[in-house]
Design a protein around this ligand. Structure first.
Ligand SMILES: Cc1ncc(COP(=O)(O)O)c(C=O)c1O
Length: 446
């Protein structure tokens, strides 16, 4: 008898490739897998069988000497303020090499970047902004603070990004902007969204918070829309704990990004205040770390992209499983990998499926955010500002989030399974994780 651990990689791959979906599970008395039995046909780890995954996916250190060096430099500076600060200046120059946009404003968070973007876009009282219902709430906080109306469009079933057809359907004379969220680092259908924006005179804002280093048909992410926003929060591909960047090459928006992140003060031209805005400035300490992190970005995203695509390749053809759909012309940075279960083809619920996957040794979780944004109590009660919503009370919108429907987004959140992908993982881990999905799906195949 040979355990799964004792199988060579060649044996393991050869065995798993031959799996017939629906193969019966081994009988309950067996605790080890004979060499001739592929891992996918063995008893579930949940039921005491061997684990499909025996490698621990270690992330490794995310910062080290390069960050320390920048921080040492910081200590000998005579300023820690962003404006003309050496760390911020270096960060901006490096950012422009990765995302070639003319005007770049580093700021305190992704939420801040998005708020600055909607300020620059001129979103105001009663203006509608179409965006995705599956995203971080930071995508729409700025819209709400500007007394704009987030309008949630539905998503494509397997890319989990805005469906341009549904976006078009929701455009009204009040629509001012579209915020395209590149969920999980998967580029949206930007050509279609940009065409809609141009046709209706809208501002296209790209929410690249999860999409550092992604590419849309060869273009760096953030360069197709009018304004790009990034997050440097701790969970992102690169980070300084908290931070963000907003950038644009558009002469209407780029030159005002700085003042909209700096209390309305135009530091290039000085003068009197013509607008007010929050203080969303980044500090030199954040810029120091973020600058060093930018040097790590390409390796991180290249690796995640390879591993995520490998996962997709290996999940192909499994009954009951829909892999994460990425256009082959794009580069997805897989902030995480999101597959969907087809409940009609599996005789278990999602919780059971995920429990079985985790027991197999896969880093997995059920869904992403609990419900589409507009199903949260604050939206259902329209209680954004101390329990009230002035624009609705003033009759400037008829929006009723309790009646707002995005059925595909609802379904995605009910059937999605999150798999961790990160740059510290080996191909072997990804191959065995895919085998685990195959094994669990085969077990529950209806
Ligand atoms: C898609 C998306 N948009 C916006 C944000 C907000 O970024 P931050 O947390 O830096 O404010 C996040 C962060 O989680 C995000 O994932």
């Amino acid at each position: 008898m040979k355990t799964r651990n004792a199988l060579s990689r060649r044996e393991f791959l050869a065995g798993s490739a031959g799996l017939a979906a629906g193969m019966p599970a081994l009988n309950a008395a067996e605790t080890q897998v004979p060499a001739t039995v592929p891992i996918t046909a063995s008893r579930l780890a949940l039921n005491g069988g061997p684990k499909a995954v025996t490698l621990a996916p270690k992330l490794g250190k995310r910062w080290g000497e390069p960050e320390r060096e920048r921080l040492n430099g910081l200590i000998s500076q005579d300023t820690l303020f962003y404006w003309k600060g050496p760390q911020t200046t270096q960060f901006v120059e490096r950012f422009k090499q990765i995302c070639p946009l003319e005007y770049v404003m580093p700021c305190s968070s992704g939420t801040a970047a998005l708020h600055i973007a909607v300020l620059a876009a001129g979103v105001g009282l009663g203006d509608e902004v179409i965006t995705a219902p599956i995203t971080d709430i930071g995508t729409v906080i700025g819209v709400l603070y500007q007394q704009g109306i987030p309008v949630f469009a539905d998503l494509k079933s397997n890319s989990y990004n805005l469906d341009p057809t549904d976006v078009a359907r929701r455009i009204t004379p009040r629509t001012k902007a579209i915020i395209a969220v590149h969920l999980c680092g998967n580029p949206c259908q930007l050509r279609e969204l940009r065409a809609l924006s141009d046709q209706h005179g809208l501002v296209l804002i790209e929410d690249c918070a999860q999409a550092w280093g992604a590419r849309y048909q060869g273009h760096p992410i953030g360069t197709i829309g009018h304004i790009a926003c990034f997050s440097l929060q701790n969970s992102k591909h690169i980070t300084c704990g908290d931070g963000g960047v907003v950038a644009s090459s558009d002469k209407r928006f780029g030159p005002v990004l700085q003042k909209f992140g700096d209390k309305g003060y135009d530091r290039t031209h000085g003068g009197l205040f013509e607008v007010i805005a929050p203080n969303y400035r980044m500090t030199e300490a954040q810029a120091a770390i973020a600058g060093a992190q930018l040097d790590r970005l390409e390796n991180i995203v290249r690796r995640r992209s390879e591993l995520g695509n490998l996962m997709t390749q290996k999940l192909g053809g499994i009954r009951g499983i829909h892999p994460h759909a990425v256009d082959e012309r794009d580069r997805c940075g897989y902030w995480f990998y999101f597959l969907r279960l087809d409940p009609r083809k599996l005789q278990c619920d999602r919780a059971e499926f995920v429990k079985a996957l985790v027991a197999e040794g896969v880093e997995a979780g059920a869904g992403y955010i609990a419900v589409p944004l507009h199903r949260n109590p604050v939206f259902l009660k329209h209680g954004f500002f101390s329990g009230r919503w002035p624009v609705k009370e003033m009759g400037l919108t008829t929006m009723d989030y309790s009646k707002h429907e995005t059925p595909e987004a609802e379904a995605i959140l009910k059937t999605g399974v999150r798999l961790t992908i990160h740059e510290g993982m080996s191909e072997e881990y990804v191959l065995s994780a895919a085998e685990a999905v195959r094994k669990v799906a085969a077990h529950y195949a209806g």
